[in-house]
Design a protein around this ligand. Structure first.
Ligand code: G3P
Ligand code: CA
Length: 284
């Protein structure tokens, strides 16, 4: 089936366009996804949140201030109010060299709009963002995925830092492949310890086969950072051990070519990047 094919393909290297080709166009806008799609990436990555009136929108931050001309929490606004915002001009102001008059006035995207545009001609790597701030997100997301027949057709992965959110998605539809996100950072209290962790798995130094197996029970892979303030927080052994337990490792967010090369050599099974063009050149 297409879903089995998708899972099989997770065994090869995945190019994941982080918020679209967000190094080249304003993140999470149609322009950024158009570019990434044109370049034929494996997955369009997006963060899903819910509006005050229950619509699923594609947006990363909890607040709209950084990437729009509005202010406040995204969940406080209705879809209609959010549609009035300009989510492109900030990019032109921040990136004079990449500015494009067409980006100005870019409207916030709904998940429906993204699915209407690319349909089954793309794959989507969807994060349930800040689940505690977005009540009802999992239900609305799964409903939309089913409406567009995205699951059986092998078109989606759902990722989250919150195990609970992934389990909720699984309860709603147990065919949806899930990715457990983790975030590792150096310990502040104990310098002898390599890293702390968030989420459900211990840090790389302590994680054992049982821990990986506990994740493999519900998830099809792990998404992790690799560096924190200059200190590397995962290594080739971490990736190898995850793989031995059936879990591919996708690393975020890798934008420099030399770092892409290094992580590929380490055995990473895919990279989230704002510059999929750079990564595609290495993969070819
Ligand atoms: O989803 C992987 C990566 O995007 C997680 O970090 O903050 O960019 O959503 P963030
Ligand atoms: Ca994300």
């Amino acid at each position: 089936t297409p879903l089995e094919e998708q899972l099989k393909e997770l065994e090869s290297f995945q190019v994941i366009a982080h918020r679209g080709a967000s190094g080249h166009a304003p993140e999470s806008t149609m322009a950024a996804y158009e570019l990434a799609h044109e370049w034929n990436v494996d997955y369009l990555e997006l963060d899903a949140q819910i509006t005050a009136d229950g619509e699923v929108v594609v947006f990363h931050d909890d607040a709209i201030d950084r990437t729009s001309d509005g202010e406040g929490k995204i969940n406080d606004y209705t879809m209609e109010e959010l549609k009035a915002l300009d989510t492109g001009s900030w990019f032109n102001e921040a990136n004079a060299d990449k500015a494009d008059a067409d980006f100005a006035g870019a409207q916030i995207l709904t998940l429906d709009e993204l699915f209407e545009r690319f349909g089954h001609d793309a794959r989507y790597y969807i994060e349930t963002k800040s689940p505690q701030l977005n009540p009802g997100l999992e239900e609305a997301l799964v409903k939309t995925l089913e409406e567009y027949d995205m699951v059986e057709s092998g078109r989606v992965l759902v990722q989250s830092f919150e195990q609970e959110s992934l389990l909720k998605v699984q309860e709603l539809n147990d065919d949806i492949p899930l990715i457990q996100l983790v975030w590792y950072y150096p310990s502040e209290e104990d310098e002898s310890r390599l890293v702390e962790w968030t989420g459900v798995t211990p840090g790389p130094a302590e994680i054992n086969d049982e821990d990986f197996q506990a994740v493999a029970e519900y998830a099809s892979g792990i998404g992790t950072n690799y560096i924190y303030e200059g200190q590397e927080v995962i290594d080739a052994d971490f990736i190898r051990q995850a793989n031995e337990n059936g879990l591919p490792v996708h690393v975020y967010t890798v934008n420099e070519t030399d770092e892409m090369e290094r992580l590929m050599e380490m055995g990473a099974n895919g990279l989230f990047t704002n510059y999929p063009d750079r990564l595609l050149k290495l993969v070819e």
